[in-house]
Design a protein around this ligand. Structure first.
Ligand SMILES: Cc1cc2nc3c(=O)[nH]c(=O)nc-3n(C[C@H](O)[C@H](O)[C@H](O)COP(=O)(O)O)c2cc1C
Length: 173
């Protein structure tokens, strides 16, 4: 089967993961803001999105393209400060339709946040969020930033893509 990667990224870490996945799989890669990014032509999709303010940045694109993509196998990689777990699952549930989530395969990756790179509004919001966050680890990450970028962590995404690429008709469930 023939697939492609569609990602959205605010500060570049999701774009970097998308590039690494493309290098490892030879799939074409598109920023969803690119006018030429059309998912229609592909049998399966890898979608990549950061979590920004408790939502997946790609959620509007998914809703706009739902008719075109809902029947295709989807590998969704999220990029966040928080690790895999209940908090992340809740943010995904708040961002995407339930039947879409039920059909996609999710891989959680962890990203990067450098306070020096942030736009003024985001910097202020994260400082305020950090001040009121009861979780000391999350508070420090919001205030001081973090770098959890890990090229090896794309391995589960690459493995899923390779399964789809070797499938002639019916995708693996
Ligand atoms: C404004 C802003 C809001 C964020 N909100 C969350 C959040 O709600 N939960 C979380 O786990 N990480 C959050 N993060 C961390 C991002 O998910 C992380 O920095 C990610 O790597 C950003 O991806 P990008 O570089 O592709 O934009 C936030 C980062 C920024 C800059």
């Amino acid at each position: 089967m023939n697939g492609a990667i569609f990602f959205s990224s605010r500060y570049g870490s999701t774009a970097q993961y998308a590039g690494w996945i493309s290098d490892a799989t030879a799939l074409p890669v598109f920023d969803v803001n690119d006018a030429n990014a059309d998912p229609t032509y592909y049998d399966f999709l890898v979608l990549g999105s950061p979590v920004i303010y408790h939502k997946l940045l790609i959620h509007k694109w998914v809703k706009r393209n739902l008719i075109r993509i809902k029947a295709k196998p989807i590998i969704m990689f999220t990029v966040s400060g928080a690790p895999a777990g209940q908090k992340l699952d809740g943010w995904i549930a708040a961002s995407l339709p339930g039947d879409f989530i039920a059909r996609m395969t999710h891989v959680a990756l962890r990203g990067r946040q450098n306070p020096k790179d942030l736009h003024f509004y985001d910097r202020m919001m994260l400082i305020i969020g950090g001040l009121i966050n009861p979780d000391p680890v999350a508070r420090r990450e919001e205030m001081e930033g973090f770098d959890f970028m890990d090229k090896a962590s794309i391995a589960p995404v690459v493995k899923l893509v390779q399964q789809f690429q070797s499938t002639e008709q019916d995708p693996p469930t």
